[in-house]
Design a protein. Structure first.
Length: 329
């Protein structure tokens, strides 16, 4: 049977669809989930007209909103930021109050976060004239015939240390040999002469060009040239027979070393997991690590760390480099 020319089965489908749409329309809407409030708000490097603001945030696509408290109310200062904002154009000698919240992301179901805890700071009354503190005395490591690693204790500053001048004492005068970033307080110096003493010192500087006092000097003497390279072996043995063998090779000879080999003794029943910085081969109770293509040559004054790990009832022994016994282990 039909009514108004519409088949009964079709009319049934229309009614069902209408009921379904009606049910959807009457269903309660789900509230978006509020984003977590930003945390860890801090302001660093406060100068007379600038400062840096940092915080932790979920950083969704819409970013965060930075607010400033002005005349009793919170006002938008910047939008679309994420965990950092450089504050510029500030007024000297002025106290500022800021907070941050994460903006809503309704298209994926997130609502605006609560605001972070507020933070206050006061800009300097005028241009920064305070120099950084005196850096620590240089110390040294990785000394070879032509290379030395220089390290020094970092300086502090009322605003921010922005770099260091690494200086060398040359013919009685201090000469800047490198300008390094504030995090670069370790430098490898190469091209030195064997068996020669070198003296270094450091000066820190800030964004205004204020200079620290020069650090106390540190002096280091490069290694003398030897007939064979040095090899220092370090064997660590663990419970259950596990071990790690690490050997540090320093080329203290007068020429580059090519096609090197590192030899050792190890029982044939030992399990070896593989070598690092070389290619390992075994035959009976002996083994050898030969150079890989990427470290086949060790230049004059250069160094290399080579070794392997494994498990054995009797630990490896008899370490040598190019036929010369290694020390240590």
């Amino acid at each position: 049977m039909t009514r108004l020319g519409i088949p009964r089965i079709v009319r049934g489908l229309i009614v069902a669809l209408a009921l379904g749409l009606s049910g959807l329309a009457s269903a309660p809407a789900h509230a978006d989930t509020a984003l977590p409030a930003p945390t860890g708000l801090e302001v660093l490097h406060v100068a007379d007209t600038t400062a840096d603001m940092y915080w932790s945030s979920s950083c969704y696509s819409t970013g965060d909103v930075v607010q400033r408290y002005v005349n009793g109310s919170w006002q938008t200062y910047a939008t679309g930021t994420c965990e950092y904002l450089a504050l510029t154009g500030l007024t000297p000698g002025t106290t500022y109050k800021f907070r941050v919240y994460s903006a809503a992301v309704p298209d994926i179901g997130y609502a605006q976060s609560p605001p972070s805890a507020a933070i206050s700071f006061t800009t300097l009354s005028g241009p920064d004239t305070v120099p950084p503190s005196k850096p620590g005395t240089p110390s040294f490591s990785g000394v070879t015939t032509t290379v030395v690693g220089v390290y020094w204790g970092q300086s502090t500053d009322n605003v921010q240390v922005t770099g260091y001048y690494l200086q060398e004492l040359v013919n009685g005068a201090w000469t800047t040999i490198r300008t390094v970033a504030p995090s670069g307080n370790s430098q490898g110096i190469n091209g030195l002469s064997p068996a020669t003493s070198y003296t270094f010192a450091v000066i820190a500087f800030d964004a205004r060009g204020n200079l620290s006092a020069r650090s106390d000097p540190g002096t280091v003497t490069t290694s003398a040239v030897t007939a064979a390279p040095s090899c220092q072996a370090n064997l660590q043995v663990y419970g259950g027979g596990g071990f790690t063998l690490t050997a540090t090779i320093v080329n203290t000879t007068s020429a580059a070393i090519s096609g090197w080999s590192f030899g050792f003794s190890l029982v044939s029943t030992a399990s070896v997991n593989g070598a690092f910085n070389g290619v390992l081969a075994r035959s009976g109770n002996t083994g050898v690590i030969t150079a890989a293509p990427y470290d086949a040559t060790i230049g004059q004054g250069g160094s290399l760390v080579v070794g392997f790990t494994g498990t054995a009832a009797t630990a490896p022994s008899g370490f040598s480099f190019d036929g010369v016994a290694c020390t240590g282990a």
